[in-house]
Ligand binder design. Sequence first.
Ligand SMILES: Nc1ncnc2c1ncn2[C@@H]1O[C@H](COP(=O)(O)OP(=O)(O)OP(=O)(O)O)[C@@H](O)[C@H]1O
Ligand SMILES: [Mg+2]
Length: 283
Amino acid sequence: MQDRDTSPILSVRNLDVRFGRNAIAAVSGVSFDVGRERVGIVGESGSGKSTTGRAVMRLLPPKAVVTADRLDFLGQDMLAKTGRQMDALRGKDMALIMQDPRYSLNPVLTIGKQIAESAMLHLGLGGKAALDAARAMLTRVRIADPDRVMAQYPHQISGGMGQRVMIAMMLIAKPKLVIADEPTSALDVSVRKDVLVLLDELVRENSSGLILISHDIRMVAAFCQRIIVMYRGKAVEELVSLEAAQHPYTRALIAAMPDPRHPVRRLAVMDRAALDAAAEVTR
Ligand SMILES: Nc1ncnc2c1ncn2[C@@H]1O[C@H](COP(=O)(O)OP(=O)(O)OP(=O)(O)O)[C@@H](O)[C@H]1O
Ligand SMILES: [Mg+2]
């Protein structure tokens, strides 16, 4: 906890997102800050985790209606930015790492070219220097034979390697905020931890803020200093450890993720009506 610095990189107050003017809110009244720290967002499928992350990065489709009392990144109002200003921020100051690298990497460009392009665009490096930076970054994400990988296309590499390539590409510009949305759920169990450890290492090295989005509350608890629990579009609880969980939904989420050290025979079944009452869900 000593490395926690809460001067906010991101400050969100009363965020509300609807997909259409009269649609039900997919995210409602969500408030949180992120400093140079690792913050997790957890919740079941459809609870609004990705929508929250994408709203911050202004990556929602045009039909999405986003309002907030505050949506500040590095002291700047994200809702007042033009598309072009957002393009300049994304990739350089804020980066999104998604579930499956195969859909995020460009299939017709070699890995080396893609990372070098990122270095040229965001760091202003020339061709040769950008390729050198790409090679160094691949080594940094522990790719043993960077020259061979640089010459490959995304479909030629494994999922775990693809996710390390994504991390290299996203973190080469040392963004101030990294949003990782289920960064390991498409990966083989054996490489999940490596990818998270690596992400964690780079984020600390750069003193960036990290938002780790996952349905896996135990995994998030292992990597994050704070956890925001979302249920039906609302942030129902904020925790520093699982032991502190008060909300029945959070407890149900913890119970639904068996602790590998303490296998359970039966998983707890969530009582939706009681949870809705506890979350004061009105829809
Ligand atoms: N492009 C979209 N158009 C319409 N509705 C959407 C869109 N994206 C998300 N939603 C709706 O917003 C709500 C929240 O979805 P979101 O993807 O944020 O959930 P999530 O917590 O990330 O779930 P998962 O764990 O499955 O990724 C859902 O009801 C979903 O159907
Ligand atoms: Mg999602």
